[in-house]
Ligand binder design. Structure first.
Ligand SMILES: Nc1ncnc2c1ncn2[C@@H]1O[C@H](COP(=O)(O)OP(=O)(O)OP(=O)(O)O)[C@@H](O)[C@H]1O
Length: 464
């Protein structure tokens, strides 16, 4: 088990991680999520003893990494797949790591097979693609057959088959009782891979809960209603009736209506009572991505501006009606679902959309390079995506974000994801929390002198 208590890291006046307390338990895949620059890599480096906390502590199995007996046999990590000697053959690279840790050479060939690199084992890694480099990094992490594994963005650069393989590998490792801690920005992938989530924003804990609980707590399901396109007055009539009944109605870009706050049968009755014909009435569940966006919207440091000219906006011709405004669009909790034709496309036309990955094809998922082989120890099937309550009450509307802001003010975490406080007795002296605005630098508290920036050591072998 990995346990962080009051973990804080300052680089000069920059607080990268603040008062972070969490546990990563064995037997589960724990996803580590957060916007860019939120402190995920810094946290992982501190777990691996590559950076010293300014205050607080993190242990693996009760020991700080540097005090772990035979650490490479207990902990494996992929932090930066590019951190290899490019002139070395893949096998030699692993052999060097193995020899440093007293791991027998046959294990090198085993892990090369597990990651599907056996055919290029004697090729120099500088010629490897991004995906091959990731596989080599994963092989290095598995070398010591460790009980605790950390992966920082392991699917970075992998093709769909590789992503599926990593997903199954993570799940199989956890099923063997290992502790698997994995960071990713691919929400659809995390929804399929992780059992538990730790979410941070601006270095602070936002949520520590199961994937299902996270989605339920941070998202509202909704109903989609479509009236006949040929009779726009029906849409307006239904909108008024639903609003009057206490529903929250948002027009979607394709002309449908998104309704929250009313159950499906009630929407149907209201449509019937108001003589509005429906072409569609369907329940929709929020995805992990939607829940994540909702939770972290106030903790994003780097956000694209809205460029009005980039949207190919045409001037409205004289006499023509301007396009119908879309209330809520652009607000932090406005999410359009995928267009209907994507949802109901034939199976062979489905592609992973922005709100969910397509299901894996049936068949074994052995490591690439071994086609036709039965599902091995790392070939478990992925479960279905978690369900969410489609009729959860409407969350209060957040104020409209002014376009053009690249720095977002910090928002208080949602109550459901309120960070867990570490035991008071264990909490060390802390520097002041990061300031509420991105422009104001965090202040150091007396007694916790900021540590000078440490060398950026991210090489996996440095941890060994
Ligand atoms: N060695 C360092 N010196 C100074 N600042 C650093 C150093 N390492 C990280 N930081 C800063 O700490 C913050 C957290 O960085 P970190 O890399 O941990 O974030 P992250 O969540 O892993 O980001 P990403 O998702 O983009 O990889 C950032 O603002 C970053 O600029």
């Amino acid at each position: 088990m990995i346990e962080a208590v009051g973990l804080t890291k300052q680089y000069g006046d920059k607080t990268a991680v603040y008062n972070l307390s969490f546990q990563v338990r064995p037997g589960a895949v724990t996803g580590f999520l957060g916007p860019n620059g939120s402190g995920k890599s810094t946290t992982m480096r501190m777990i691996l003893g590559l950076d010293n906390p300014t205050s607080g502590q993190v242990t693996i199995g009760g020991y700080p990494y540097r005090k772990l007996p035979n650490a490479p046999r207990q902990v494996g990590a992929l932090l930066d797949a590019k951190a290899v000697h490019g002139g070395r053959h893949a096998r030699n690279h692993l052999l060097c790591l193995a020899q440093l840790s007293g791991i027998p050479a046959r294990r090198v060939d085993e892990v090369l097979g597990v990651v599907g690199l056996q055919d290029v084992a004697r090729k120099r890694s500088k010629g490897f693609s991004l995906g091959m480099g990731q596989r080599l990094g994963i092989a290095a992490a598995l070398l010591g057959d460790p009980q605790v594994l950390l992966f920082d963005e392991p699917v970075n650069g992998l093709d769909p088959e590789g992503i599926l393989w990593v997903r199954n590998l993570m799940k199989a490792l956890a099923a063997e009782g290992r502790t698997v801690f994995v960071s990713s920005h691919l929400m659809s992938e995390m929804a399929l891979t992780a059992d538990h989530l730790i979410v941070i924003g601006r270095g602070q804990l936002l949520a520590d809960m199961s994937v299902n609980d996270f989605i339920a707590a941070n998202s509202a399901g909704f109903a989609r209603v479509r009236t006949p396109d040929t009779e726009p007055q029906l849409r307006e009539k239904l909108t008024s009736a639903l609003t009057e009944a206490g529903g929250h109605v948002l027009p979607e870009q394709d002309g449908a209506l998104r309704i929250t706050g009313l159950p499906l049968p009630r929407i149907s009755d209201i449509a019937h009572d108001t003589d509005v014909r429906l072409w569609e009435l369907s329940p929709h569940s929020a995805s992990l991505e939607e829940a994540y966006m909702r939770m972290t919207q106030g903790a994003v440091d780097y956000r694209s501006t809205i460029d009005q000219k980039a949207g190919l906006m045409q001037p409205v011709p004289p006499g023509a009606q301007p396009p119908m405004p879309v209330p809520g669009q652009g607000q932090p909790d406005w999410y359009a679902p995928p267009p209907p034709q994507q949802q109901f496309a034939p199976q062979d036309q489905q592609t992973p959309g922005p709100y969910g990955a397509s299901q894996p094809p049936a068949g074994p998922y052995a490591a690439p390079g071994a086609p036709g082989t039965p599902a091995g120890p790392y070939g478990a099937q992925a479960p279905a995506a978690p369900a969410a309550n489609p009729y959860a009450p409407v969350a209060p509307q957040a104020p409209v974000q002014a376009p053009g802001l690249t720095k977002q003010p910090a928002a208080a975490p949602a109550p459901a994801g309120a960070p867990q406080q570490p035991p008071a007795a264990a909490a060390p002296a802390q520097p002041a929390a990061p300031a509420p605005t991105a422009d104001a630098a965090p202040v150091s508290a007396a007694g916790a002198a900021p540590t000078p920036p440490a060398a950026d050591l991210t090489k996996p072998e440095d941890a060994r």
